[in-house]
Design a protein around this ligand. Structure first.
Ligand code: GDD
Ligand code: MN
Length: 366
C-alpha cells in the first residue's frame, strides 16, 4: 500500500432514492471514462428501501473511490446534493443522477473547462445546439420548457437549461452560494445560480439526455410544487422564511374556503353572523391542517395517530386564534363594517398566531 495518497481532484455527487439497478452500471462507466483523473463518487442515499445501500457498500469495499452518505429522516434531491458536496474537499465537484440519463462521457470535458478557468460552473445542457432529450412524451417536454422559462425570469445570467440536474462547479463558487441556498425540491442548479453572491460564469455543454436505465422517476406533483416554493423563496424569500411563504399561501387558499363557507352559511343556511363565521373558521382550519401537513411540513408529515394528535393540537392552537378571530370579526361587523371586511380582519389576525404557535406545538422538529 502506498504511504500517502492525495485527496481527489474531482468529486461526483450522486443523489439516490431506490436506484439499486443503476449503481453498478454507473460506477463501471465512471471507472472507464475518468481514466487519468483523481476522482471519487459520493452516493447520497435517503434511506432507500431497496438494495441501493448494500450494492453501493459492496462496490465501495473493493474501490476506495466509491463512498456512501446515508441520510435518515430527511428527504430531497437538492439537500442531498448539498450535503454530498459538503462531505467533499475536492476543488471540483459534479452533480449527476444515478439512472444514467446524464452522459458521463461529458465529465472530462467539463473538468477541462474548469481547470482552464473558463467558467465557475459548467452545465450539461439539453437545450443548446447539439443537445437533446430522448423519449419524452410531449406533455413532459412542454412542462419542462414552461418551467425553464419561468426559472429564467429570476436568473441574472442567461442559461438555456437551468433545470439541468447535471453540472460541475468549482468548490469556491459553491462556497459563494451555500449559505444562501433554499435547498428545497429538485432544482439544485437553479438554486445555486439564483443564490450566488455574484453572478457565476456559466458555460453550457450539449449532451443527449438518455432514457432511464432501471427503476422509475421520482418526479411527481410534489416536485412541481417544490419548484414553485423555490421560486417564491428566491424572490420574496429574501424577506420572509420559506415555510411562512407556504403557510401564508395556504392561508390565502384557506381564506378563500373561509369566505365561500361564510357566504354559504349566511345566505343558504341563514345562520347568525357569529355562528356562520365560526363554521367557516372550522372548515378552513381542517382544510389548512391537511394542506400544511402535506405541503408546508411535508418533511415532518404527521401520519396515523400522529395525524390525529396533530389535528387536535392544531385545533387547540386555532381554537384560541379562532375565539379571538370571531370576537374581533363580530365586533367589527356590529360596528356596521361589511361582512367580508370583518371576516378578513378576524382571519388575518388569527393566521399569524396560528403559524407561530403551530410551528412549535404541532409540527415540532424531531
Ligand atoms: N437522495 C435523494 N433524495 N435522491 C433523490 C431524491 C430524494 O428525495 N429524489 C430523487 N433522487 C435521485 C434519484 O434517485 C436520481 O438519481 C436523481 O435524484 C434524479 O431523479 P429522477 O427521478 O430520475 O429525476 P428525473 O429524471 O425526472 O429528473 C432529473 O433530470 C432532469 C434533467 O436533468 C433531475 O435531475 C431534474 O432535476 C433534472 O431537471
Ligand atoms: Mn432520471
Amino acid at each position: 500500500m502506498p504511504a500517502v495518497l492525495p485527496g481527489p481532484e474531482l468529486t461526483i455527487v450522486v443523489p439516490t432514492l431506490n436506484e439499486e439497478g443503476n449503481i453498478e452500471a454507473l460506477v463501471g462507466k465512471l471507472q472507464s471514462v475518468l481514466h487519468g483523473i483523481n476522482w471519487e463518487v459520493i452516493f447520497v442515499d435517503d434511506d432507500s428501501h431497496d438494495r441501493t445501500r448494500p450494492v453501493t457498500t459492496r462496490l465501495a469495499r473493493s474501490d476506495g473511490r466509491v463512498r456512501l452518505l446515508h441520510r435518515i429522516g430527511r428527504r430531497g434531491l437538492s439537500s442531498a446534493c448539498v450535503e454530498g458536496v459538503q462531505a467533499s474537499t475536492a476543488p471540483y465537484v459534479a452533480v449527476m443522477d444515478a439512472d444514467l440519463q446524464h452522459d458521463e462521457a461529458l465529465l472530462p470535458q467539463m473538468l477541462e473547462v474548469l481547470r482552464s478557468n473558463g467558467a465557475d460552473i459548467v452545465v450539461g445542457s439539453r437545450y443548446v445546439a447539439g443537445g437533446d432529450v430522448e423519449g419524452w412524451e410531449s406533455r413532459r417536454a412542454r412542462m419542462s420548457s414552461f418551467a425553464t422559462r419561468l426559472g429564467q425570469t429570476i436568473l441574472r445570467t442567461h442559461v438555456a437549461d437551468p433545470m439541468s440536474g447535471f453540472f460541475m462547479l468549482r468548490r469556491d463558487a459553491f462556497d459563494l452560494t451555500v449559505r444562501h441556498l433554499s435547498a428545497v425540491g429538485f432544482k439544485i442548479l437553479m438554486d445555486i445560480l439564483a443564490s450566488a453572491e455574484r453572478p457565476l460564469r456559466v458555460q453550457e455543454l450539449p449532451y443527449h439526455f438518455r432514457p432511464r436505465l432501471a427503476g422509475e422517476s421520482k418526479l411527481d406533483a410534489m416536485v412541481a410544487w417544490e419548484y414553485l416554493i423555490l421560486l417564491a423563496d428566491k424572490t420574496v424569500g429574501r424577506f420572509v422564511p420559506v415555510r411562512f411563504v407556504m403557510f401564508a399561501m395556504i392561508g390565502l387558499l384557506g381564506l378563500g374556503v373561509h369566505l365561500l363557507v361564510l357566504r354559504f352559511a349566511l345566505s343558504a343556511l341563514a345562520l347568525q353572523f357569529a355562528a356562520a363565521q365560526a363554521t367557516a373558521t372550522g372548515v378552513a382550519m381542517i382544510a389548512n391542517f391537511s394542506l400544511n401537513n402535506g405541503l408546508t411540513y411535508r418533511d415532518r408529515r404527521l401520519r396515523g395517530w400522529g395525524f390525529v394528535r396533530g389535528l387536535l393540537s392544531f385545533a387547540l392552537v386555532c381554537g384560541i386564534g379562532a375565539a379571538a378571530n370571531v370576537s374581533l370579526a363580530s365586533f367589527l361587523f356590529g360596528r356596521q363594517q361589511s361582512w367580508w371586511l370583518a371576516g378578513i380582519a378576524g382571519a388575518a389576525m388569527s393566521s399569524v398566531w396560528n403559524y407561530a404557535v403551530s410551528a412549535v406545538l404541532t409540527w415540532k422538529a424531531r
